[in-house]
Ligand binder design. Structure first.
Ligand SMILES: NC(=O)c1ccc[n+]([C@@H]2O[C@H](COP(=O)([O-])OP(=O)(O)OC[C@H]3O[C@@H](n4cnc5c(N)ncnc54)[C@H](O)[C@@H]3O)[C@@H](O)[C@H]2O)c1
Ligand SMILES: CC(C)[C@H](C(=O)O)[C@@H](O)C(=O)O
Length: 368
């Protein structure tokens, strides 16, 4: 199969993890006789530095023509003084919006090998396997007005949703729940926010189309608590943009590190942008310490969701599990008697594992 992939390395550790993702895609292409072509484009702070904008037109055009997009990370202290519309993060928000990538899938699975890497008790983490379906192109991050007023004495951000925007993400979440363990938790703040009350009504309407899925509503504050005290109670979580942003970083604790969490930002036709959940990690950028596994697992999501390459995706996940089973890890993960290596060495080991592994082994043993 021929596929054209646009790479958006971005800032901080973004280029380091994008390099790992590219090497994995090249290894998949070689092993399975696909032809993947690559094109790099600028986004975020690096684009501000070279082109004066966080989202250049060339980047948008290239992304619109691509079969899939991979993004490393954007942002960093160098650009923190810039006004809101000029910040690196605007580049990421902008490309998600331009491409209408309204559904952000964030799977949170605890690898067996990392049960003790989480600061939570192993018996709490064991069996965690949930999917956060985050609305990605509406809500507070896009609402207008968003400004300071009255000589800087007042500030306003706007949380706005069109009904169809809530309907499509809720449908996506039901579809996901239907092929998983058939339980959907809709997370909101309906005791306070009008937008949440409308969200809840739409979930109640839609549930009649999915009678096999059980539905519960949970307030976001309670959900934050339950995620770390009883994570196995969740299957699919659907929630609005900002709640999903915050809850997914929290949920990464179950996996041992934020550097383990992949994501897919997609729309209904399968076009997608694949991005690790973590940011540009300025504290470790340029030191070859970045955990590449979130990026590599995001490649697995690209293979599955945009290219329908199920076997290839499973083998990438298996290669990650096998390398963790050999106790190799980066410094963000703590594994007893582990072998701490740099980000590039860990990526190389996973790529080699993919290239040489026995594809007939059952991959379901990978996860807790
Ligand atoms: N998708 C994105 O591009 C994205 C996501 C989140 C934050 N950001 C941006 O990143 C910048 C830094 O934000 P932050 O520090 O709050 O969040 P962050 O995710 O960059 O880092 C949080 C902590 O996790 C660690 N970490 C993150 N990824 C890691 C990895 N792969 N391996 C090992 N450790 C890892 C970091 O070292 C840091 O201690 C900000 O400018 C923010 O806006 C971008
Ligand atoms: C950098 C920022 C715009 C982004 C978001 O909030 O969506 C990030 O936090 C994420 O989770 O991908």
């Amino acid at each position: 199969m021929k596929k054209h992939i646009v790479l958006l390395p971005g800032d901080g550790i973004g280029p380091e993890v994008t390099q790992a993702a590219k090497k994995m895609l090249e290894a998949v292409a070689e092993r399975y006789q696909h032809t993947f072509t690559f094109e790099s484009q600028e986004i975020g702070g690096s684009a501000i530095d070279s082109q004066g904008t966080p989202l250049p037109e060339d980047t948008i055009e290239a992304c619109k023509k691509a079969d899939a997009i991979f993004l490393g990370a954007v942002g960093g202290p160098k650009w923190d003084h810039l006004p809101g519309h000029m910040r690196p993060e605007k580049g990421l928000l902008g490309i998600r919006k331009q491409m209408e990538l309204f559904a952000n899938l964030r799977p949170v699975k605890a690898f067996q090998q990392l049960l003790h890497a989480s600061p939570l008790k192993p018996e709490v983490v064991a069996g965690s396997d949930l999917l956060i379906v985050r609305e990605l192109t509406g809500g507070l991050y896009f609402g207008e007005p968003s400004e300071r007023k009255n000589n800087g004495t007042q500030v306003v951000d706007t949380l706005a949703y069109q009904k169809h925007e809530i309907e499509r993400i809720v449908e996506k979440a039901f579809e996901s729940a239907r092929v998983r363990r058939k339980h959907l938790t809709s997370v909101d703040k309906a005791n306070v926010l009008e937008s949440s009350r409308m969200w809840r009504e739409i979930v109640e309407e839609k549930k009649h189309d999915y009678p096999e899925v059980t539905v519960e509503h949970m307030l976001v504050d309670a959900a934050a608590m339950k995620l770390v005290t009883n994570p196995t109670a969740f299957d699919v979580i659907v929630t609005e943009n900002m709640f999903g942003d915050i809850l997914s970083d929290e949920a990464s604790v179950l996996t041992g590190s934020l550097g383990m969490l992949p994501s897919a930002s997609i729309r209904t036709d399968g076009v997608g942008l694949y991005e690790p959940v973590h940011g540009s990690a300025p504290d470790i950028a340029g030191q070859d310490k970045a955990n590449p596994l979130a990026a590599i697992l995001s490649v697995a999501m690209m293979l599955k969701h945009s290219f329908q390459m199920e076997e290839e995706a499973e083998q990438v996940e298996k290669a990650v599990a096998d390398v963790l089973a050999e106790r190799f890890h980066t410094s963000d993960l703590s594994i007893s008697n582990g072998v701490k290596v740099s980000g590039s060495v860990l990526a190389k080991k996973v790529v080699e594992q993919l290239s040489t592994s026995d594809t007939t082994e059952n991959i379901m043993r990978c996860y807790v």
